[in-house]
Write a protein that binds this ligand. Structure first.
Ligand code: AMP
Ligand code: ZN
Length: 458
């Protein structure tokens, strides 16, 4: 199976050829752990989780090494810790845990490696020393800076011209930079801030060097795939490239992938704008994790995705249809099946999740139309195998329909049990009355040889 991926570096969709098919490496920039992730922050981990699943399907589970880091030292974390009057680690560990709970709810698999910046400081210091020795970085009173003039290709990922870059961003407290585009590798710490000893002066790492060093330490470069949100192309990924390639003399990553923004009313969802919704709020409001995941995968990863309640409702309806098919075939024999080729092909075409979802829908139609037990068993197994690659249909169908009714589920169970008892007692008037009451609640009861189950009426 050929995988095609759009490479931000070449601006083309190209066949994906890992350096070593026995060890495929992927690095995705993870969260800065100082507050709750919003649903936009959840887009990269969910999108790259689908890629992780696809790579494992193609190259084998053991062959794919996926690292997603925690940025646990950063200005925003220091500010949050100071404000809360707590040690930095109390904040970062708390939000790491919350992040993992949220990702678990969204069906995101554990990455192979989850390095923390604070546990790789020595590797960061080593890269910075190398850059200083090469004359590509210099020590100033406020910190150590990378000299962008030392990198001829600087700007190649974002496509920014040297002129555009000359304007550069002025950053407060960095007045001793030689050039406005130079960026901090190491920042001298102010009193009371966390600080690590280094040959070039005590301080803490800049954000970009964290990822460069963790990639080198955890995976080795070049990695096959490096990913993140589109806002990371510049300056974060541009600077990762500049540092790593200048230090090591070879590419940092072979394929660069970037997901588009999640928006609300067409505006980027972001903490600074304040238009955020967290997965946590949605789960508390009774939405199921898979519904949120489905909504996140309903657009192509490179396209913008406008978030709304309507999007969630559509996702819930689509998933009800998928789970309905599985529930109807609940008694079909369990057989082994692979995800059908048309489905995998859609996913392998630059992770075209909308096309893959359309293939899932076709599999549901096939499952609903299957009559012979062997066809039913195969249709169900193919549907489940395909859905698994998207991280969908991971729930038990009966539990799925129960959960979508929230607290009402227990009462529905009681009514269904009463109806079973009424039928057993041949009290058909009562049984019909109960069926009508359930129907009024939007519940359809399905009777089979092994008992009665229920689901949301479609
Ligand atoms: P941050 O914690 O802000 O560094 O963001 C973590 C990840 O979420 C990065 O890969 C960002 O590119 C990504 N991200 C942030 N906001 C959005 C958004 N509105 N839509 C999609 N991705 C986003
Ligand atoms: Zn990064």
């Amino acid at each position: 199976m050929d995988i095609q991926l759009t490479n931000t570096l070449t601006r083309r969709k190209e066949p994906f050829v890992p350096a070593d098919p026995g060890r495929v490496t992927m690095y995705v920039c993870g969260p800065t752990v100082y507050s709750y992730a919003h649903i936009g922050n959840a887009r990269p981990p969910v999108v790259f989780d689908v890629l992780f699943r696809l790579l494992r399907h193609v190259y084998g589970e053991k062959a794919v090494v996926y690292a997603r880091n925690y940025t646990d030292i950063d200005d925003k974390i220091i500010a949050a810790a100071t404000k809360a009057g707590e040690p930095m680690e109390a904040i970062t560990r708390k939000f790491e845990r919350i992040y993992e709970e949220d990702m678990g709810a969204l069906g995101v698999l554990e990455p192979t490696l989850k390095p923390r910046a604070t546990e790789n400081i020595a590797a960061m210091i080593a890269v910075i020393e190398k850059l200083i020795a090469k004359g590509a970085a210099y020590v100033a009173p406020s910190g150590v800076y990378f000299s962008v003039g030392a990198d001829e290709d600087y700007g190649k990922l974002s496509g920014r011209s040297q002129d555009e870059l000359k304007a550069g961003a002025r950053v407060e407290g960095e007045d001793d930079k030689r050039h406005p585009s130079d960026f901090a590798l190491w920042k001298a710490s102010k009193p009371g801030e966390p600080s690590w000893d280094a040959p070039f002066g005590a301080g803490r790492p800049g954000w970009h060097i964290e990822c460069s060093a963790m990639i080198e330490e955890e995976l080795g470069s070049p990695v096959d795939i490096h990913g993140g949100g589109v806002d990371l192309i510049f300056p974060h990924h541009e600077n990762e490239i500049a540092q790593s390639e200048t230090a090591h003399g070879h590419p940092l990553a072979r394929v660069w992938m970037h997901n588009g923004f999640l928006t609300m009313d067409k505006e980027k969802m972001s903490k600074s704008i304040g238009n955020i919704i967290t997965p946590r709020e949605l789960l508390d409001r009774g939405w199921q994790g898979e519904t949120i995941r489905y909504a996140l995968l309903s657009a192509h990863y490179r396209a913008p995705l406008d978030w709304s309640d309507d999007l969630l409702e559509q996702a819930q309806k689509s998933l009800d249809r998928l789970y309905g098919a599985v529930l109807r075939l609940k008694d079909a024999a369990a057989v082994e099946a692979e995800a059908p080729a048309a489905f995998v092909k859609a996913l392998a075409d630059d992770l075209n999740t909308p096309a893959a979802i359309a293939e899932l829908s076709a599999l549901v139609t096939a499952a609903n139309n299957a009559r012979k037990p062997a066809d039913q068993a195969r249709a169900k197994a193919e549907l489940l195998a395909a859905a698994h690659l998207l991280g969908l249909l991971q729930d038990d169908p009966e539990h799925w329909f129960r959960a979508s009714f929230g607290n009402e589920a227990a009462e529905i169970d009681r009514l269904v049990a009463e109806r079973v008892a009424a039928r057993a007692a041949k009290n058909y008037a009562e049984s019909d009355r109960l069926r009508d009451e359930l129907a009024a609640r939007g519940v359809e009861v399905m009777d089979s040889a092994t008992g009665s189950t229920w689901r949301r009426k479609s």
